[in-house]
Design a protein around this ligand. Structure first.
Ligand code: SAH
Ligand code: SF4
Length: 395
């Protein structure tokens, strides 16, 4: 099975909702075709596109630059859809997680992480994930399908609705960046992800630039170049281990595309430069990949690649087999990488209390039971207490 067939085999048929076609998720030319087919003039696309993606209109009656007959015609054949919200949770740190129900009933999660004057939206590309990285909750979900382009775009639109950020042109936006780091492996659903990102980047609509979009992959080597050439977004690689022996175990896709091939694809990544470095994500697992020797090997491996390293303290979930290292171990690791000249920020866990942190996402079809939730709260409380005490002790 070719990589491209992957999309087709898993996709849901969401082209129609109540017998009407969803305009969200159509490429610009595709929308033109759909409008013309219904007897509308070609130039209407520009107006409709702007109403949908710049103003956030969901009702054709709002589209005041169109004459009434044109609006009626649109309303007769099309919808501007949104997913429904199954759950809307806010963390004590401001992180917000939406559990979104798609038209076929499947659910995915989407997380907004606010900073002082901007914010990132963590977008999902699949329901679940076919890969089974050992530390990742999403990988334990049984049900998997690809998201359609419309379902990817709709996550961004819904977040904009909720944050009150229409129209697009506002200078200071709390949804300024997009990270394809939610549920799923985006490069296993490349066609839909690419289509969605082109819509999101379109200058007359949502208009988030490729420089503000980061796609994270566990290492689907054959798709990396195309991603760089066609989309030019920032690349993040979930590396997590410095030997094939360990990476084979914790990131099983490594058995197919080992470290050497992965790093070569990074060296060849078209839009990488010193100004636009590739991010290497490195999850810190206690006693597994957190030694000083690992840090030194990491530096050796990345030589010659414009890179920055993001150290991610392991986020626990019920039943996970790993632990997060003590804070001083993470810092020591970071210092070694830093001294070698690489930026190595330690990612502060965000939204752990609502299970919105990296690797904790898993949709409601298998939602936490009350017992699991209690176990989770306990893990978090103990961890945070321990880290807090250590930080106090070392301050
Ligand atoms: N499938 C893609 C996109 C998901 S990104 C990928 O793996 O890159 C999610 C990021 O969170 C990845 O870097 C992943 O390795 C990391 N992650 C997964 N489980 C985690 C956990 N329990 N704690 C911290 N980070 C985790
Ligand atoms: Fe899938 Fe990424 Fe989780 Fe691995 S870390 S199971 S690739 S979502």
């Amino acid at each position: 099975m070719g990589l491209h067939n992957h999309s087709k085999n898993f996709a849901a048929n969401l082209a129609e909702i109540d017998g009407k076609r969803n305009l969200v998720g159509m490429a610009y030319d595709e929308m033109t075709g759909a409008l013309v087919e219904m007897g509308l003039e070609k130039f209407r696309t520009k107006q409709v596109w702007s109403w949908i993606y710049h103003h956030g209109a969901t009702d054709f009656a709002q589209m005041s630059t169109l004459a009434k007959p044109a609006r009626d015609k649109l309303a007769a054949h099309f919808v501007v859809a949104r997913p429904t919200i199954s759950q809307d949770q806010q963390s004590t740190d401001g992180t917000r997680k939406w559990l979104l129900k798609m038209p076929d009933g499947q659910e995915v999660e989407c997380v907004h992480i606010p900073e002082e004057d901007r914010g990132a939206l963590c977008v999902s590309s699949q329901v679940g994930c076919t890969l089974t990285c050992r530390f990742c909750h999403t990988g334990t979900q049984r049900l998997v399908r690809n998201l359609e382009a419309s379902e990817i775009v709709m996550q961004v639109m819904l977040a904009r609705d909720k944050l009150g950020e229409w129209p697009s042109a506002k200078d200071e936006r709390m949804l300024s960046n997009i990270v394809m780091m939610g549920m799923g492996e985006p490069l296993y659903n490349y066609d839909n992800v690419a289509k969605a990102l082109k819509i999101i980047m379109h200058g007359e609509g949502i208009a988030i630039s490729k420089r503000k979009i980061t796609l994270s992959t566990s290492g689907v080597v054959p798709m990396i170049r195309q991603c760089g050439e066609e989309l030019g977004v920032n690349l993040a690689i979930s590396l997590h281990a410095v030997t094939d022996e360990l990476r084979d175990q914790i990131v099983p896709i490594n058995r197919k595309y080992p470290i050497k091939e992965l790093l070569q694809a990074c060296r060849d990544y078209p839009s990488a430069s010193n100004a636009r470095r590739i991010t290497f994500e490195y999850i810190m697992l206690k006693g597994v990949n957190d030694s000083a020797a690992d840090a030194k090997q990491l530096v050796r491996l990345l030589r010659g690649i414009p890179a920055k390293i993001n150290l991610i303290p392991f986020n626990p979930w019920p039943g996970s087999a790993f632990e997060c290292p003590d804070w001083d171990v993470i810092e020591k690791f970071g210092d070694i990488v830093n001294e070698a000249g690489y930026a190595s920020p330690i990612r502060t866990p965000r939204g752990r209390d609502i299970m919105a942190a990296c690797g904790q996402l898993k949709s409601a079809s298998l939602r936490l039971s009350a017992t699991e939730r209690a176990a989770m709260d306990k893990i978090i409380a103990e961890k945070e207490l321990a880290q807090g005490l250590e930080q106090v002790a070392t301050a």
